[in-house]
Design a protein around this ligand. Structure first.
Ligand code: PEP
Ligand code: MG
Length: 587
């Protein structure tokens, strides 16, 4: 670790997204064009710049050769030959010559010159009307990123290249970034953009690491290798923390560690409040691979299986029925005898899928676009394959089906009718499935929230998707860091709607669960249970803390909390009420 006093401490404030404190060196991740430094160079230093370039080319060559060898050993010569093309680009005399010429003409730093030339090549190949030349663009881009990495010392590669313990600093993270990631290497996640429900945060919660979002310029202010301390409680990031800061956080960390071990000790106790009223905490999962964590944290079944994860594993091909069936069955068997709520495909929006959307025009508002049930009802072939897979798997465990992004009764009825059609096909083929599989709907669009009672009449259960519901109610894009502070679950309109949805479900005698991130927020979970939610579904790692809080919550205190929250005059006051309630029980 560098001496804290080496560089001045810099404090950046953002939005606290996942609690916890962590410290370590930064891995600054740029998905797209890196912010390449650009500065003038004195004539006497030009030789030095050339030397840096030669060294970077050499380091890149060594890196590519090593990669080539390891791929050849693991996958064979033909897979490894892709790196031959990369090595050729690296040795391309035109690319090298043009870069050196630009250096002489502009007298700017070498990475800037190289980036200018490489960008010109990339543009040329991207615009060529020839598939072979288009294909070369990828080679040049990859090689350019590697050279820039060696020149500028920052990483422009995928998160898969994080090979030691690091604080991940990114503009934003997408599901595919997080899929490529060696989870154990992340100490904390901080992002320029993002909100409480962005994928970076969902991932951080799953990994039980702190996260701060909405920092706006973290990727500009933090350099690769900077020592970073992340305070996920107050939403503060300390770059090169001072000795004082380190001392202060050392004590806080000790207290938190003690609390964590008390929470762990109670992780396996029953889901009952202090007054003996039952509740149920279940897990949000992406597949059977998440079940060990669900079991370890004593989840009571799965409240949300995001089946799009099967599709996102490889976005070039649509998974066939057997593949989907196998994933689903594995999960149901791993969760048995508990129930699994299988949500049908929620693709599109922030989860684009190449093989399904390649011909679709880019959407100006993908979150409000062609996604989830809208996509499925128009692509019945894809929907049919998935429903067959889910129904077939239902014979091997206990499943419920749930439709995402329902915005009207008609959509729910269409989806149910199609499910019946697929079920009758299976029946005719003599394939077994659960004939009584319950069918539910997510309530995550304001129109669905308003007609929750009607929807409840036509299905077996409701599950509130607060991630989307809050973004649509407040018109605040859940991934946009500029407005992360406006993503305000304590907004009175949100609170009224949450209360009314739960009431509507209860009136129709249907179970209501909450599976958005709010369910796993220590401050929010007691309110949701107090309002009458039957179950809360969350990332497995969040379960023990929520259980600890709820087991210490008496009915009269919960009722009192509801009364005070709905009499509160501002989101800030509500937030304080909710936090105080949780903190009083986290001792
Ligand atoms: C939600 O919107 O709250 C939800 C659980 O779904 P997702 O986060 O997958 O959109
Ligand atoms: Mg959603």
């Amino acid at each position: 670790m560098p001496q804290p006093a080496d560089k001045p401490e810099l404090i950046i404030k953002g939005v606290a997204a996942v609690q916890g404190v962590a410290q370590g060196p930064a891995f600054v991740f740029f998905r797209d064009a890196p912010k390449v430094p650009n500065y003038p160079v004195a004539a006497a230093a030009l030789e030095g710049e050339k030397l840096r370039f030669e060294r970077a080319l050499l380091a890149t060559r060594e890196e590519l050769s090593a990669l080539r060898q390891s791929i050849a050993e693991r996958l064979g010569e033909s897979e490894a030959s892709i790196f031959d093309a990369h090595l050729l680009v690296l040795e391309d005399p035109a690319l090298i010559g043009d870069t050196l010429k630009t250096l002489g003409e502009t007298t700017r730093n070498i990475e800037h010159c190289f980036f200018q030339v490489a960008s010109r090549y990339i543009k040329f190949f991207a615009e060529a009307h020839d598939p072979y030349l288009n294909g070369r663009m990828g080679d040049i881009r990859d090689v350019a990123r590697r050279v820039l990495h060696h020149l500028a010392g920052f990483s422009v590669r995928t998160l898969a290249s994080v090979s030691d313990k690091r604080v991940i600093v990114a503009e934003e993270l997408t599901p595919s970034d997080t899929a490529s990631f060696e989870a154990g290497n992340a100490l904390a996640i901080v992002t320029d953009g993002g909100s409480l429900t962005s994928h970076a945060v969902i991932m951080a919660r799953a990994l039980r690491i702190p996260a701060v979002v909405g920092l706006l310029e973290a990727t500009k202010k933090i350099s690769y290798g900077d020592e970073v301390l992340v305070d996920g409680h107050d939403g503060v990031v300390y770059v090169n923390p001072s000795v004082d800061t380190l001392y202060r956080y050392g004590n806080i960390a000790k207290e938190r560690l003690q609390l964590r071990s008390r929470i762990r000790a109670e992780a396996g106790l029953d889901d009952v409040t202090a007054g003996g009223a039952p509740f149920k905490l279940s897990a949000n999962v992406n597949g059977a691979e998440d079940m060990p964590a669900a079991h370890e944290n004593h989840a009571r079944g799965v409240g949300l299986y995001r089946t799009e994860s099967i599709f996102l594993k490889n976005t070039d091909v649509i998974p066939d029925e057997e593949t989907q069936f196998r994933h689903c069955r594995e999960l149901l068997e791993a969760a048995a005898p508990e129930r699994v709520i299988v949500r049908t495909l929620d693709i599109g929006g922030d989860k684009p899928f190449g093989a399904l959307f390649s011909d679709a025009a880019a959407e100006a508002n993908p979150f409000m676009g062609f996604r989830a049930i809208r996509f499925c009802l128009e692509n019945k072939g894809v929907f049919r394959v998935q429903l067959r897979a889910i129904l077939r798997a239902s014979a091997f465990g206990s499943a419920k089906i749930m439709f995402p992004m329902i915005s009207s009764l008609e959509e729910l009825l269409d989806a149910k009718a199609f499910l019946q059609k697929v079920a009758s096909e299976l029946r005719a083929e003599g394939i077994p499935f659960d004939e009584h599989i319950p069918v539910g709907t997510m309530i995550e669009i304001p129109s669905a929230a308003v007609i929750a009672a009607t929807l409840a009449e036509h299905c077996d259960f409701l599950s509130v998707g607060t991630n989307d519901l809050v973004q649509y109610m407040l018109a605040v894009d859940r991934g946009n860091g500029r407005i992360a502070h406006l993503y305000e679950p304590c907004n009175p309109a949100v609170l009224i709607v949450l209360r009314d949805i739960i009431r509507a479900g209860k009136e129709k005698k249907k179970k209501v669960s909450v599976c958005g991130e709010l369910a796993g927020f220590p401050a929010f979970a007691p309110l949701l249970i107090a309002l009458g939610a039957d179950s809360l579904s969350m990332t497995p790692a969040a379960i023990p803390e929520i259980r600890y809080i709820l087991r210490r919550s008496k009915r009269e205190d919960l009722d009192n909390l509801v009364e005070r929250v709905y009499a509160s005059r501002s989101p800030k006051e509500t937030d304080t009420l909710l936090r105080d309630f949780a903190n009083a029980r986290l001792r």
